[in-house]
Ligand binder design. Structure first.
Ligand SMILES: *Cc1c(COP(=O)(O)O)cnc(C)c1O
Length: 428
């Protein structure tokens, strides 16, 4: 980990060219790598030497970008995946197996909720969901003998709740398991969960990190802080010999800082192949180079829009943890002192019909399911992604009919507010 500040890491980490080498990270668009002797290649297969042999497992472009993200988070090792979904699956499945149990915040991305509660359940991995607002007693009560990980999102998509990372880390560590935090919304520019006790961080790089709606991707970073060997009975995959790699014990051979990512690459990437294309990794790095500049503008626009909406007579409520009075404002001040992200949710007084009319009136903000893009986008779940639900079901799902989610982009805030104002005026 370098000692540079986050702004410098966004621009420079991960790749330092030598004399006469390309200034920009090269795209190594090659499936395969050539060796002079079988013995040379054999050393890679035995994990005796680091290197590349097939892009299903590892690619140099990806590794340079992963090294940048790891440095930005303050971690010891990182890897890219083909999507955020793959990152969360790999991070959990790297230490869970049939018979394992997860404690997860109930306030998480719908795709991750589905992954854990439906697909991983089919693999024999069960989960207890807890409210992010639960007491320490309630949280501790969710653990079982077979619990292997705790999971939450720094700022939840789309509920925008803020995770009390220290509370969740303390409970995880008291039960001898790591805390995995999906840090997609704030990015390491606005929050670095390792500084608050998280052990593993994941990202959907599809969101702010890419930031231009160009490339789907994910990332996993290890803090190197979790002592697997101290809990060897819980993590046999890391702490006992891997017969598919000639009896290597990851936690011994690669140490506390390298074991998690090496196992994840050597086993899960080998067997599932959810690798990011080098071309996408290159695009992701272009996004990272300006991430620190863009996050500040996303937050500035989010704040301006939230303040405008808060004072508007047709708006019932605004959800944005930067606003004083928001239920998560105190946690946000602790974990996100420079602001969280550009996503603001709000409810319209006129319910479903008002929301529908408002969406029709928007001119600059586009209707999209995407968030965290350079271009502002809006979604009314009741009339789009959740349209099969009635008003009562919507309320129970935390997306009441009047709710609009707005992801503030990088445009001028005055233009965004003017667009909102005219769309609100157009509601009968
Ligand atoms: C979008 C998102 C994901 C899933 O990422 P994909 O790149 O779409 O697979 C996971 N977690 C959070 C918080 C997200 O916003």
């Amino acid at each position: 980990m370098s000692n540079y500040k986050i702004n410098t890491k966004c621009v420079q980490s991960g790749y330092t060219p030598g004399n006469g080498q390309p200034r920009q990270i090269p795209i190594i668009q090659s499936t395969t790598f050539k060796y002079d002797t079988s013995e040379d290649m054999g050393k890679l297969f035995d994990l005796e030497e680091a290197g590349y042999f097939y892009t299903r497992l590892q690619n140099p472009t990806n590794d340079m970008v992963a090294a940048k993200i790891a440095d930005m988070e303050g971690g010891t090792a990182g890897m890219l995946t083909s999507s955020g979904q793959a990152a969360n699956f790999f991070a959990l499945f790297n230490i869970c197996e049939c018979g394992s149990h997860i404690v997860a915040s109930s306030s998480i991305y719908g795709g991750t909720f589905n992954l854990i509660s439906v697909t991983m359940a089919k693999m024999g991995i069960t989960t207890t969901f807890v409210s992010p607002d639960c007491t320490e007693e309630e949280l501790n009560a969710a653990f079982q003998d077979n619990t292997r990980a705790v999971f939450g999102e720094t700022i939840a998509n789309p509920a925008l709740t803020v995770l009390d990372i220290e509370k969740f880390a303390k409970a995880a560590h008291a039960h001898g398991v790591p805390l995995i935090v999906d840090n997609t919304f704030p990015t390491p520019v606005n929050c670095r969960p390792f500084e608050w006790g998280a052990d593993i961080v994941t990202h959907s790089t599809t969101k702010y990190m890419d930031g231009h709606g160009a490339a789907v991707g994910g990332a996993i970073v290890d803090s190197g802080n979790f002592d697997w060997m101290a809990h060897a009975d819980k993590f046999p995959g890391l702490c006992t010999p891997d017969e598919s790699y000639h009896g290597i014990t990851y936690a011994e051979k690669f140490g506390q800082g390298g074991a998690f990512i090496t196992k994840c690459t050597a086993q899960l990437m080998r067997d599932f192949g959810c690798i990011q294309s080098p071309q996408n990794a290159f695009l992701l790095n272009l996004g990272l180079e300006s991430l620190h500049v863009r996050m500040a503008r996303h937050v500035e626009n989010g704040r301006a829009v939230a303040e405008f909406l808060q004072n508007h007579p047709k708006v019932a409520y605004v959800i944005y943890s930067d606003l004083p009075g928001d239920p998560y404002h105190e946690l946000a001040q602790k974990y996100l002192p420079n602001g969280g992200c550009g996503v603001v949710s709000f409810g319209l007084k006129g319910g479903r019909e008002a929301a529908s009319a408002f969406m029709k009136g928007l001119k600059l903000a586009a209707i999209e399911t995407h968030v965290a893009d350079a271009r502002t986008c809006c979604l009314n779940p009741a009339t789009s992604t959740h349209r099969q639900m009635n008003d009562e079901q919507l309320k129970a799902a935390g997306v009441p009919a009047e709710l609009v989610r707005m992801s503030c982009g990088l445009e001028d805030k005055d233009d965004l507010i003017a667009d909102l104002a005219q769309a609100l005026d157009g509601i009968e």
